[in-house]
Write a protein that binds this ligand. Structure first.
Ligand code: SAM
Length: 253
């Protein structure tokens, strides 16, 4: 059935996620715009403004895929601080998505200046990265695809420097009943249709909708972040667009 992804055993989830992202990689950016009606751009811009990176920031952009966050980060530090000492380490589990990111930067001054590098890797196990390496860790629309969210957050804690900050942008739970109904219709009826039309892949987009449903609530996720050792300010999250998305943040103190 269309809802079959529900019952996928955990050990199959990684390869399934791999297939989904391989199948959508080339259409990824246009799909994002179609599904979010362009709003994901505003969320990402807001995410970087909240990050407010200072000159020289070393960012680990986990599940960085398309390079969207990396590019915004580097543009921000350049235009805001005239800074060319900040850098991004972009890591993604999927080679096709990683290639989309590489393509984006192939003719960029940021690449020739050594401000960005790429690696294949699993957010749950970053053995190739030493402890206390980064000032900031970002993960945008990536963590809900991971099998063990708690492991991801613990690895983030390990690779961040003391004083470093974890930041996550992710779909979340809508907090307004009427909006919630509209959102459900959009998710289960409209998004799979758009997926079929643009990427010829209804299943992949239904999987994305399902994965949003299954992801912990704002409060539950904030608790996972604190359990990993992070200190949060107030609730530890900010809702965007009625909670359609949320930014979670914590400090390694
Ligand atoms: N951060 C980008 C953005 O905001 O446009 C890409 C988001 S895309 C929806 C999700 C990405 O997460 C995909 O590129 C996928 O390959 C990656 N991903 C899924 N599971 C992962 C894991 N366990 N470790 C690292 N990356 C993962």
């Amino acid at each position: 059935t269309h809802f079959g992804f529900h019952d996928v055993p955990e050990n199959k989830k990684e390869s399934l996620v791999g297939n989904v992202f391989s199948s959508v990689a080339g259409k990824y950016d246009i799909m994002n715009d179609a599904m979010s009606m362009g709003i994901h751009r505003l969320w990402k811009d807001h995410f970087i403004r909240q990050m407010a990176p200072l000159p020289g920031t070393k960012l680990l952009d986990m599940a960085g895929g398309s390079g969207d966050i990396a590019e915004r980060f580097l543009n921000y530090t350049k235009t805001k601080h005239n800074d060319n000492t900040s850098s991004v380490h972009l890591v993604d589990i999927n080679p096709d998505m990683l290639n989309e990111g590489k393509k984006r930067f192939s003719t960029s001054e940021f690449l020739s200046a050594g401000q960005i590098k790429f690696d294949l890797g699993n957010a749950e196990n970053l053995d190739f990265i030493p402890d206390n390496t980064y000032d900031t860790y970002s993960i945008a629309f990536g963590i809900r695809n991971c099998t063990h969210v708690d492991k991801v957050v613990k690895e983030a804690y390990r690779v961040l420097k003391p004083g470093g900050r974890f930041m996550c942008l992710e779909f979340s739970k809508v907090d307004t009943p009427i909006i919630s109904e509209i959102y459900d219709t959009f998710s289960f009826k409209v998004i799979p249709e758009i997926g079929q039309l643009i990427a010829n892949d209804r299943e992949a987009y239904l999987y994305l909708v399902e994965s949003i449903r299954k992801f912990p609530s704002q409060e539950q996720f904030a608790e996972i972040i604190r359990d990993a050792g992070f200190t949060t300010i107030n609730s530890g999250y900010e809702n965007l667009t009625f909670g359609v998305a949320a930014i979670h943040s914590g400090y390694k103190l």
